[in-house]
Design a protein around this ligand. Structure first.
Ligand code: GLN
Length: 192
């Protein structure tokens, strides 16, 4: 199994480290030629969604990745990665991959004091540490979307078909269970 990690900007190294802790190979995606290497899953890291979105388009990575995501490639987005995957970004007409039927609010906790740590439940896993950094939350989710975590009355993790998205950064903790959960989805698809 090989997991592609989008490595244009933001916290991709931490995801690679997490995958390594699960003995899963990762592959950094930085340019178009990298897409010739087959991947079984994709991680979109945190960072700045506007910057990552712009780079994806400038580097001609956007359309081919969108096609793979639409074709069912298991994809996990954290924070900015979740914004890139959402069908709607509240207050804008911008969308990127539009792969999960959620409305996300960027910088939902305020710009300056918007970073915090907490612990809450991830459905099917239990209580996990959650690191929020200028995080979005999910303002609204379609009925087909499975809600996986809520903090303070807001949805902060969700899944729909091949897409997993979290407002927080599991890769910035020492708890690799959310990544394991994602890898199980990848494995499931490989064995269909
Ligand atoms: N605030 C960033 C954005 O809107 C996301 C922050 C993050 O990924 N840690 O894209």
């Amino acid at each position: 199994m090989r997991i592609g990690v989008l490595a244009l900007q933001g916290g991709f190294i931490e995801h690679i480290r997490m995958l390594r802790s699960l003995q899963v190979d990762s592959f950094e995606i930085r340019k178009k030629e990298d897409l010739q290497t087959a991947i079984d899953g994709l991680i979109l890291p945190g960072g700045e969604s506007t910057v990552i979105g712009k780079l994806l388009k400038e580097l001609d990575l956007f359309d081919p990745l969108k096609e793979q995501i639409q074709n069912g490639l298991p994809t996990f987005g954290t924070c900015a990665g979740m914004i890139l995957l959402a069908k709607k970004i509240v207050g804008t007409n911008t969308t990127y991959f539009g792969a999960i039927d959620i409305d996300v609010k960027r910088n939902a906790y305020g710009r300056q004091l918007g970073s915090f740590l907490t612990e809450a439940t991830f459905k099917g896993i239990g209580v996990i540490p959650m690191t929020f950094i200028r995080a979005p939350y999910i303002e609204q989710a379609a009925p087909e979307v499975e809600i996986l975590s809520e903090v303070g009355g807001h949805i902060v993790a969700a899944r729909q078909n091949n897409i997993l998205a979290t407002s927080y950064h599991p890769e910035l903790t020492t708890d690799n269970r959310v990544h394991r959960y994602f890898i199980e989805q990848v494995n499931h698809r490989l064995h269909l």
